[in-house]
Design a binder for this molecule. Sequence first.
Ligand code: AMP
Ligand code: ZN
Length: 137
Amino acid sequence: MSCIFCRIVAGEIPAEVVAREPEVTAFLDVQPLADGHVLVVPRAHAACVEDLEQAEADALFRAVVRLAGPVREALGAAGTTIGVNNGEATGQTIPHVHVHIVPRWPDDGAGSIHTIFPRRTRRPLGEVAAAIRRVVG
Ligand code: AMP
Ligand code: ZN
């Protein structure tokens, strides 16, 4: 098994695990962006969100909801930024789905999710919505 997160889930390599459920494991990011930076991962290997089975996705997001409050409380944070780098082009470095939960404080110097994008849009909203609706069905 070469996937580092599969190996953490299996207990083969050490991690600071904060919650373990049948379908989900949560552990501290080894290079935290802030104290309390947690990664929540599905037990089964899946590279991207689109590769998750419905039940796996349900369990993953349930765990995120269950952990967000305790992580915030444990660190005395004002909020959490919750995000997924979904695919190599987005900066995903470990191809096993993981949800970042990063505690936030008003003066922590970090921005919102909006600050990572230069807002280089080219197409009108209506055209884009229609294109997506066609594929969603
Ligand atoms: P991403 O860029 O979304 O793929 O994030 C991967 C994250 O995994 C990074 O924040 C790394 O610091 C973290 N990471 C890599 N290896 C480990 C590990 N062995 N234990 C805990 N976190 C890790
Ligand atoms: Zn894996």
